[in-house]
Design a protein around this ligand. Sequence first.
Ligand code: MG
Ligand code: ZN
Length: 221
Amino acid sequence: MTHHIPVVEQILSANDRIADENRNRLDAAGVFALNFMASPGAGKTSLIEQTVRKLAGELRIGVVEGDIATSLDAERAAAAGAVSVQINTGGNCHLDAVMLSQALPQIALDKIDLLIVENVGNLVCPANFDLGTHRSVLVASIPEGDDKPYKYPGMYRGVNTLVINKIDLLPYVPFNMDFFQRGVETLNPGLKTFALSCRTGEGLDAWLDWIKAEIKAYRKI
Ligand code: MG
Ligand code: ZN
């Protein structure tokens, strides 16, 4: 007897329906949206801060911060210059499409070009819930270790962009990049990958150029 399986499928299909509605709202306003996922401490908020600071004057950026508690990350994003909204999930370990649909009316979508959603720090379930964003970005980091693709295959399979953050720590931390990237390639062949350091700025330009190119391509659709 597997009564729980249809229930899970219903929840996911309800989520997908609302995710499509979110995407339609974003598309109607011409807003390109990214969903940042990662373990806690990988540097999602730091990547948001750097992205907002470096693209200031070129792109208007909104940020939705998902956290179990506090508005610390929304304050950091706002200090960097983003229009920011905090969602507290009240214990929930991931964002879902309903939570984003409730946050969207708090942002003037006609006044932004790019929306970054920072998901709850968690490598297990966030990738299972489409939010209605256009790209999902996994932020990995060197101190987490090179075994994470092997331990969290669902997350590495469920995204279409990978950022490897904190590469400035490579000389100090045992991390075999070949082993890591072999794991990634097995799960998600050809995954678009950026290696960078939010602290030193190394590798950030390629990431920023990619965002600008993606937005340009999105506007042509
Ligand atoms: Mg954060
Ligand atoms: Zn969860």
